[in-house]
Ligand binder design. Sequence first.
Ligand SMILES: [Zn+2]
Length: 249
Amino acid sequence: MRIARLFAVPLLLALAGCTLNLPRVEGPDRNAIPTAWPWESLIYAARTADGHVFVVDLGWHGAADALEHGLARIGARPEEVTDVFLTHSHRDHVQGWTAVRQARFHMAQAEVPLFLGQVRHADLPSRVSAAAVGDPGPWSGEVAVRPFSRDTVFAFGADTVRAFLVPGHTAGSTAYLYRGVLLAGDAISRPYHTGYGPGMGIFTADRAAGRASLASLFERLRPYDVQWVCTAHGKCARPDERFIRKVLR
Ligand SMILES: [Zn+2]
């Protein structure tokens, strides 16, 4: 019992902790919505200048309720969401899909078979949870999937969502840049005990690929004004040189 607790507490702290700087990436038309405390799996919701409503990721336990309340803060309802952008398809980031099934689901081509349950995620926690409780869905044909296979720009009037491929944590991991906020998914993590770094090893399919992706990502981001970088678990930081050094260490 004592040994189990010894492992359980650090694991919980590693995964959890408070959100950091979320209010700094919010506004009247943008809202960061944590789900599944203490995981804080993030849904980022925005209404664009031309009135489209999109979300990045779909959270975990309680996602449907969180989505409804979080969207209300920007004057929107789940059925208004036209576009979903997935950083990746681990089950703690896709749970709310049933609430926005009318939307276009954008993701990297390499993530599609993982999202649709046609291929199992390679990391051990995903394999264990899939064996224990099955796939979270959706299944092929249940939502409109719009894959992309290179860095891609999505235009919404004067606003843009820029997608950057960062394979490693999963085969199709993607980071999205919107109005100076980079939503990096789990490609960047912030364990309680080490601070910012690449995706956490136990949950990551290919660590070497993940590290190479991040080095390339920061180079590809140079032309853009990136004000904040947020992990998929609700922690945001300024992407200064010190931050980048820590992530790439
Ligand atoms: Zn993940």
